[in-house]
Write a protein that binds this ligand. Structure first.
Ligand SMILES: [Zn+2]
Length: 120
């Protein structure tokens, strides 16, 4: 993605969450994911977006990761500096399933709103 597209996504994330979020186009540290939301040890919220997201999935992945930052307060981690694809996915838990389900519902709601209101 062009840097101006990443800046636009960062502005969208700020608008939807009220939080300042750094958006990077980068293979996420967690293996086999298209997007990852996390927080640095310095407190910066981050979204990593894989360059391999298919076009028809990209908006949904972006909105899903923004939804995580809207709904959850992340603990600081070293994920921001881990090498791409080197971290195992966390085992599925009730908490993680609720968290993913909530982010999916919010992303679907935002995408439906966008499709209803955008004029393209
Ligand atoms: Zn998620």
């Amino acid at each position: 993605m062009h840097i101006s597209t990443l800046k636009l996504i960062s502005l969208l994330a700020n608008h939807l969450t009220g939080k300042s979020i750094l958006v990077r186009e980068r293979e996420p540290a967690t293996a086999n994911t298209w997007g990852e939301a996390h927080k640095t040890e310095g407190g910066q919220l981050v979204i990593d977006l894989s360059p391999k997201i298919p076009d028809h999935k990209r908006l949904y992945v972006i909105l899903h990761e923004i939804a995580h930052h809207k709904r959850h307060n992340f603990l600081a981690t070293k994920v921001y500096k881990a090498k791409p694809g080197t971290l195992e996915q966390e085992p599925s838990t009730l908490h993680s399933r609720l968290s993913e389900g909530g982010a999916n519902m919010q992303a679907a709601e935002w995408q439906a709103w966008a499709e209803q209101h955008a004029q393209v």
